[in-house]
Design a binder for this molecule. Sequence first.
Ligand code: MRU
Length: 358
Amino acid sequence: MLINGASRTAIWPDPNGEGVVILDQTRLPHVVAEVLLRDLADAARAIKDMLVRGAPLIGVTAAYGVALAMRADPSDAALGRAVEVLRATRPTAVNLAWALQRIGGFLQPMPEDLRRDAAFAFAKHLADKDIACNAAIGEHGLALIRAAAEKRGGAPVRILTHCNAGWLATVDWGTATAPVYKAQAAGIPLHVFVDETRPRNQGASLTAFELGQQRVPHTLIVDNAGGHLMQHGEIDLCIAGADRIAANGDVCNKIGTYLKALAAQDNDVPFYVAAPVSTLDPALAEGRQIPIEERAQEEVTFMPGLAANGEVISVRIAPQGTPARNPGFDVTPARLVSGIITEKGVVAASREALAGLA
Ligand code: MRU
C-alpha cells in the first residue's frame, strides 16, 4: 500500500543484508521512521514495545527474529532460545506462536550450516504468504461489500472498523481493510468509520493514516459513537480483525470489539471478522481460554499526541494516583459474528465450519 504515494510493505529484508527493516508504528502518523532490526533482541523489543503490532505482522517479525538469531548462532540451543524469547513477547495473538512453530519446525531437522540462509528464506516465504492471504481475504470480502452496495443503490457503503486491522497490522493489504481496498479498486463508493481505539489509538493513528494515504473516504469516531451510528442506520456493515479465533468461533480482538458486535446485533448490522486461517487456534475449545494481555496502567492514564511545537508528547488525563485496568483484548462470542472472511472464503463462526478450514 502507499505512503506519500510510494508503495510500501510493513516489513522487508534490508537490501544491504544488514537485517530486517520495519516502520516504527509508535511514531505514526506524525513521523514515518524506518528501524533496522539487527538481531534477536531488536526483533523481540520491536514486538514487545509495539513498534510492530497486529497479529499477522507480529508473526512475520518473529520469524525474521529467528532468522536474525540464526545469523549470529545457528545452534540448536540458539534456535530454542530464540523461539522462547520471541514467544514471550506478547501473549494474545496466536499468529506469533504459529509462525514460531512453523519456522522452528522447519529449521530443527536441518544441519546447522544451512540454517542461516534457510531461515531468512522461510521468513520471506511467510511474509509473501501473508500478502497472498490478505489479497484473497480482500476478494472474498469484496463480494460482501458488493452485495451491500446493491442495497445502497449507488450511495456509499458505510463500514465501521475497530483498531487497525489494516496493512500496517500485516505485511500488506490488511485483513479488515483488504476488502475495502479491493472495493475501492472496483469503483464501489464507500465510507469507512474508524473507531479511535483507546487506549493506544490504533484507529486514530494508524487506520486513519493508511486510509488517508490510500484516499479512502473515512471519518474518525470516538469508541463510544459506533452504537449511536448503528441505531441511526448510518452503518451498513462492520469488519474487524482478529488476534485469535477459538475452535467454536469465538473471536478475540482489540478491546472494545465485543461492544461493537453487541451493538451490531441489536441493530441488525452484519458483523464480520476478517482473518487468515493462521489466526485460528483449534487447540482452544472456547474464547474464554484465550490469554488476554494486560498492559500498563499508564496507557490509560496518559495520552500521546503531537504538541503545537511539533514534538510527540504524552499528557496525563487522569488524577495522579488513579488506578487503571488495561486489558488489551476482548472476546466476541461466535453468536454475534455474521461470518469470518478468510483466504479460503467466508465461513460461519462455528465449530463445524472452522474445522473444515484446518
Ligand atoms: O495490540 P495490537 O495493536 O497488536 O492489536 C491489533 C488488533 O487487535 C488487530 O485488530 C488484530 O491484530 C488484527 S490485525 C490484522
